[in-house]
Write a protein that binds this ligand. Sequence first.
Ligand code: 3MF
Ligand code: MG
Length: 344
Amino acid sequence: MPADYRFSLGPWNIHPGADPFGPPVRPPVSFDDVLTAAVDLGFSGIQLHDDDAVPNLENLPPAAVVREAAELRKRLDDHGLVAEFVAPRLWEHAHGIDGGYTSNCPKARTWAIERSKRAVDVALAVGCDLIVMWPAREGTAVRESKNPIEAARQMLEAIDAMLAVAPNVRIAIEPKPNEPVDHAFVPTIGHALALGARSSDPARVGVLIESAHAILAGLDPSDEMGFALAAGKLWSVHLNDQNGLKFDQDKVFGAANLRGAFDQVRVLEAAGYADLGGFVGFDVKAQRTQRAGAATAHLATSKRIFQMLVAKVRSFPERTANECIANRDYEALERLVLEHLLAG
Ligand code: 3MF
Ligand code: MG
């Protein structure tokens, strides 16, 4: 019997509904309420930005940052939760306005690396060894504004600086091809793995795949996952959905393309992802129209759909599928998949 999947969420997944065109529409949700919601929803992992874990970390000496993170670990523990990862949130700070590691301002680059090293301290103190590097603004809106050769070197330098903080820290790069930048420097899983392979310790650099990010790159999320799994590098996932090439929608898992969601679950099942120990995270956003009392429904639905798809994958008639494949009868295979998905 395969291991049970463990689910995780980040505090940003339960939020007041502001978007680039309008203010919040729901009251703010306290961090403690997020923890309670996570438990109620049957999630056991919490994903954290460094300043989710230690909100005033910019103004604290390193020892105090570690102390606060250790206190958070106790709070998580009291709820029966564990921290899955910590992500240095460079993109919201004034110094990160033009990206952190690849900023054209040397002072900003130094800040970005120092802050990332602090994020490693936070991760270790909060009880996890995983850093997620979402290179949000590491890219350009005006192509000629940065040197892509230099940018690759700078991102590698940042990775190496984080790896050097502790021998057990691991980094999962979460690539996204665009938004908030026009062109990101590490837009796909292939880029992320290639960069990791050039780091000071390739064994400690892997990836986090977000379904929507793959779709925005014009790629199939399940194939991106397969590529990373083949290399033993899929260390976390942000399952969600995306309706074509538009703003990052963070829709409920399966909401736009149920078959695509099935394929993602199928590749995770094929690799024994649950046994590998990774969490299943959902990077989903509550609709702005949602009333405050029901603003976690998107998480509950994503988890439910994931579990229903696990059952679908496990009951898929693999023998018949293999016969179709052996006969090169891919029309029959297509029908088999569609009928299986539609069957009650
Ligand atoms: C990006 C991420 C997060 C973001 C979050 C909202 C780890 O896809 O997963 O970074 O911060 O999505 O800001
Ligand atoms: Mg994400």
